[in-house]
Design a protein around this ligand. Structure first.
Ligand code: ADP
Ligand code: ZN
Length: 722
């Protein structure tokens, strides 16, 4: 037999299929070791056949097969070529997406443990061998794991008994269970009429993609769980995707309680071993539901019955590093292959998805009310310009301070949102205007009060805090731009008896970091939670009746066509944390531009108005989806090389423009807004194109200009233009 193999080298020069001879029992999907160019490397068998297209004397045999059960599911063979073509990556890169990284690199294996029981042989023990006698007595109660036995009685009596043949030892595969500490309070609810109607309409729809547009607190989660349960009941499997950060402990508890061991959880907080075991539980069919962030869209499940993407508008679903794939597009490919539904849900669908729905390509399900008709929180706008005029230079408006007082007096909880971590965003010398910057990146440094240091948020570098200006020696150092640490210390001063906790990238470390903070706040062990983006969505804290949004306009001023959309989404999501249970909730939204129309729509929860307006703006200005933004990035450690390459890239695209001028709406070449990141100089050619007709050619230009010292890549509608 002959196997067609893709070698695990992500390079365009070996991006083809190689043939090897193999034993009869090898099946497609197996991971193998093959001889290749004088080395032995890993590869994937994508097909097995009785014939071979190269001269037999040149065919080499496969060296080794890794697992008995092939790691790749058959669907991969259908998907990987489409992914490789669509997202312009080598076939090996596309295949890698379907495997946990740790497994590919051979860093983790199955975990086996030895279990000891008494054998029929009762050895003669000398009087002094007290420990050994204790062990024999102990084992009369039943089996014990080998290492536990050693820990309890010491290694040497255990080995002595083992040598005397007193034990039967059995080696068994163990699953590392990442959530054994989770409780089991199941809370399956009777669906409301609206929820039942939504489930029915989704199941009976003829369209593949379903978009649930439901206000915050409308009970979308229960709809998802119901759809999953129905798929499982039909003997199928399911994928449930959530944005990484809103993979909330509450949601995990709920899923574990509802589906027990049938659910497997894949996310970046797991150890390599845990991820590996959860992955195999899915592959082997023991678990049928994959839950996780974007990479779980590649879960090794066969026979999918439904794919769900919660918070579908979230930018974490688009991979910003290579391979730059769109999770929704991959999910569509899988839904298409399996003939199952893809369900997208959000309180603030992305403009792209909503257009699909409003033009009839997706089935739209709208939920306009919260569960039990609870009112949406009232959003009060606080005009910060007026506050400054009144002489208030703190981060808190009068309205917010009053509401906080009331909330605390009533024994309720509050959430304060600010999308800036650290203490102060910039450190400036008042005498000469010097701003502290990172040497590797062209960005200002953030002051972190807890560690008393300056940090670069792009590369993580740490610097000593300034005592004097390195430029002029001046001693008047000023902190600009309040961050979360500063907000906490200011709140502590304002409300000395309130308990305040913070959640941002600096406080959330390790596997349980996130969980601990949420658990503490949910148990009302703190009164105020201060945090970044992380606290914006997904969480359900019943006693939160006040949400303060400190810098609602910050995202409005990003030079990104989606900044209006982002701001609308953020406000709606954060506001949605308020008043979810008993009492009515309030929201104070602080802004320097209270007349801004995006804020107006958000305050009135007017998604339809926002959408219509946004569509008109984008049509008039020819922005996506009425055009395609294409950015060719040129990065190199050597500034000259980067600039040289940029010129070549620009020249090649100019040539293209001569022939296809009508496709171009806009084009220029320049430094990227952040000129340097992690020591790499960054330049770009930015284009707005009428369609994707020229993309293929642009990708080729990028590939042709990439060299060892200089990386050139293409971004389509990038969500981050820094
Ligand atoms: P969303 O995801 O739409 O923001 P959730 O799914 O978090 O909303 O639901 C909001 C709240 O309503 C949650 O506390 C949830 O437990 C509760 N809930 C959902 N469905 C029901 C139901 N059928 N009966 C009672 N309570 C429900
Ligand atoms: Zn840096």
């Amino acid at each position: 037999m002959y196997a067609q193999v893709i070698v695990d080298i992500a390079h365009s020069q070996v991006d083809k299929i190689f043939e090897y001879s193999c034993p009869d029992n090898i099946v497609a999907g197996s991971r193998v070791k093959v001889p290749f160019g004088g080395r032995v490397i890993e590869g994937f068998v994508i097909n097995v056949s009785e014939t071979c297209s190269i001269p037999l004397e040149r065919v080499k045999p496969i060296k080794e097969v890794f697992e008995e059960l092939p790691a790749l599911v058959p669907e991969c063979f259908y998907l990987f070529e489409r992914i490789s073509l669509r997202f312009r990556v080598p076939k090996a890169t596309a295949l890698r997406l379907f495997l946990p990284t740790e497994m590919r690199l051979g860093k983790v294996r199955e975990l086996y443990k030895k279990f000891v029981t008494l054998s029929g042989t009762q050895p003669e023990l000398s009087k002094s061998a007290k420990k050994q006698a204790e062990i024999l007595e102990f084992l009369k109660n039943g089996e014990c794991e080998y290492t536990l036995l050693c820990n309890r009685f010491g290694r040497s009596p255990v080995t002595s008994l083992e040598e005397k043949g007193a034990f039967n030892i059995e080696k068994r595969r163990i699953n590392r269970n990442p959530f054994s500490e989770c409780g089991h309070e199941d809370s399956a609810k009777t669906l409301t009429l609206m929820q039942r109607d939504a489930v029915e309409r989704i199941e009976n729809s003829e369209k593949c993609v379903q978009l649930i547009h439901g206000v915050t607190g409308s009970g979308k989660t229960e709809i998802y769980l119901n759809l999953i349960a129905r798929a499982i009941a039909r003997g199928k499997t399911a994928i449930f995707l959530v944005p990484e950060i809103s993979l909330t402990p509450q949601m995990l508890l709920q899923l574990r309680a509802r589906f027990g061991g049938e659910a497997a959880i894949l996310h970046s907080g797991l150890s390599a071993g845990e991820k590996f075991d959860e992955w195999w539980r899915l592959r082997s069919g023991e678990a049928k539901i994959a839950i996780g962030a974007r990479s779980a869209v590649f879960a090794p499940l066969e026979n999918l019955g439904v794919i769900i993407i919660d918070e579908e508008h979230d930018s974490s679903y688009v991979s910003e590093t290579a391979p730059r794939y769109s999770t929704i597009e991959i999910a569509k490919m899988r839904a298409d292959y399996n003939g199952c539904k893809l369900v997208l849900g959000s309180a603030t669908p992305s403009v792209e998805s909503y257009i699909e729905a409003s033009e009839g390509r997706y089935n739209l399900i709208t939920l306009t009310e919260r569960i039990n008709k609870k009112p949406l929180p009232e959003i009060i706008i606080a005009d910060m310009k007026r506050e400054v005029k009144r002489g208030n230079n703190t981060a808190f408006s009068l309205a917010l301070r009053e509401e906080l007082e009331k909330t605390l007096a009533d024994g309720n909880q509050a959430i304060i949102f600010l999308n800036r971590r650290g203490y102060a965003q910039t450190v400036i010398c008042r005498d000469c205007g010097y701003v502290a910057k990172c040497v590797n990146c062209d960005v200002s440094l953030t002051f972190h009060s807890e560690e008393n240091c300056l940090k670069c948020h792009y590369c993580g570098a740490k610097y000593r805090m300034l005592t004097a200006c390195p430029e002029c020696g001046g001693l008047h150092i000023r902190y600009g731009g309040t961050g979360t640490q500063r907000v906490v210390s200011d709140l502590n001063a304002l409300f000395p008896s309130a308990k305040i906790i913070r959640m941002d990238n600096d406080t959330v470390s390790g596997k349980g970091g996130h969980y601990k903070i949420i658990k503490k706040f949910a148990a009302h062990e703190a009164d105020i939670l201060v945090g970044t983006q992380m606290i914006a969505k997904g969480h359900d804290f019943p006693s939160v009746t006040l949400v303060g949004i400190l810098d609602a306009d910050m995202s409005l001023h990003f030079s990104d066509y989606r900044s209006g959309e982002r701001t609308f989404q953020l406000i709606t999501q954060v506001a949605g944390r308020s008043g979810r249970a008993g009492e009515k909730g309030n929201v104070v939204l602080q802004t320097y531009c209270p007349e801004n129309y995006i804020l107006r729509y958000a305050v009135n929860y007017d998604y339809a108005g926002f959408f219509q307006n946004e569509l008109q703006v984008r049509k008039a200005t020819q922005f996506p989806p009425y055009s395609l933004i294409c950015r060719v990035m040129v990065t190199s450690e050597d500034d000259k090389t980067a600039l040289e390459t940029l010129k070549n890239v620009y020249f090649a695209i100019e040539e293209l423009k001569k022939n296809y001028g009508q496709e171009f709406i806009f084009m220029n070449k320049m430094h990227s807004p952040v000129k340097k990141i992690q020591g790499k100089h960054r330049y770009q050619v930015l284009m707005r194109l009428k369609s994707c007709a020229l993309l293929e050619k642009i990708y080729v230009i990028a590939e042709n200009n990439t060299s060892t010292g200089c990386f050139v890549y293409v971004e389509e509608n990038p969500s981050n233009l820094s």
